[in-house]
Design a protein around this ligand. Structure first.
Ligand SMILES: *[C@@H]1O[C@H](CO)[C@@H](O)[C@H](O)[C@H]1NC(C)=O
Ligand SMILES: *[C@@H]1O[C@H](CO)[C@@H](O)[C@H](O)[C@H]1NC(C)=O
Ligand SMILES: *[C@@H]1O[C@H](CO)[C@@H](O)[C@H](O)[C@H]1NC(C)=O
Length: 240
């Protein structure tokens, strides 16, 4: 019983952090890899490099030194190593293959992420629905931004003003109208910065406004919006 249970776990669960490769140069950056077995990245993904390597470890090393690599895919039979820029590439089952997701452990923020206090923030360039934005942040090993203090809010607001854009925040009142929660941590709002007439739960006919964003036309204060609208979004993660 115990043995069969172990076997099931072994084949289904990702094998975490089998090896880590340290690159100790200017910045102390360390890359760990999460291994997903028997899957490969579809060749039509956003591949950056394809090369023959002798082992999955060598393939991971390549991904480690290639700054834009987020995922590697290795085929044990052909020894093909694909490096992919996407952190959520399309993939398919493949017996001889494995996928290696690069996890960056860093004492500073990655390229394109901005630091405030002990967190790194990513301001997206693309626009997505609120749900898509949430998934995308998860792909980056982060979560949709949750605003815990006026200091953090000022930082986000100042950055939104520089980019002159509206951004989704990680809160909604989907569960219970008027009870706003931060959706990733499932915590109530403590600090708020609503625009005076917001949240108004405006009725768009089919949809009400159950998601929250920093809104340019509200002097970059918070407004509610239809979750299916497309906006830029912000992800956050802790500095290690
Ligand atoms: C990649 O190929 C698969 C199967 O061949 C297809 O289903 C998928 O839509 C393709 N994706 C892109 C982005 O072209
Ligand atoms: C910000 O964008 C709006 C809408 O595109 C534009 O009207 C406004 O002039 C912009 N503000 C600045 C400071 O660029
Ligand atoms: C969050 O708010 C709801 C509704 O006001 C309340 O019922 C709940 O107890 C609160 N949770 C916490 C942890 O304060």
């Amino acid at each position: 019983m115990l043995i069969s249970q172990t076997r099931v776990d072994f084949s289904i669960v990702f094998l975490c952090i089998i090896f880590s490769i340290g690159i100790a140069q200017l910045n102390v950056v360390k890359h760990n890899f999460i291994i997903k077995k028997e899957r490969r990245i579809l060749p039509n993904s956003t591949s950056v490099i394809t090369q023959i390597t002798q082992s999955p470890t060598a393939c991971a090393s390549l991904c480690s030194i290639q700054e834009t690599c987020c995922y590697a895919s290795y085929d044990r039979k052909t020894k093909d190593c694909y490096l992919d820029e996407s952190c959520c590439p399309q993939s398919e089952p493949s017996v001889d293959a494995l996928m290696l997701k690069k996890i960056t452990v860093s004492f500073s923020c990655q390229n394109k992420w901005l630091k405030y206090e002990n967190k790194c923030f990513y301001f997206s360039e693309v626009e997505k629905t609120w749900d898509e934005a949430r998934l995308t942040c998860e792909c980056y090993g982060s979560m949709q931004v949750e605003v815990g203090s006026s200091g953090e809010n000022d930082f986000l607001k100042k950055t939104a003003i520089v980019y002159n854009q509206s951004y989704w925040l990680g809160g909604n009142d989907k569960q219970s109208e008027g009870t706003w929660i931060w959706a990733s941590s499932l915590t109530n709002f403590t600090f708020t910065d609503w625009y005076p007439s917001e949240p108004n739960n405006y009725n768009h006919g089919l949809y009400y406004e159950h998601c929250i964003r920093i809104e340019r036309k509200f002097d970059f204060k918070w407004g509610n919006a239809n979750c299916r609208s497309r906006y830029k979004f912000i992800c956050e993660k802790k500095v290690e």
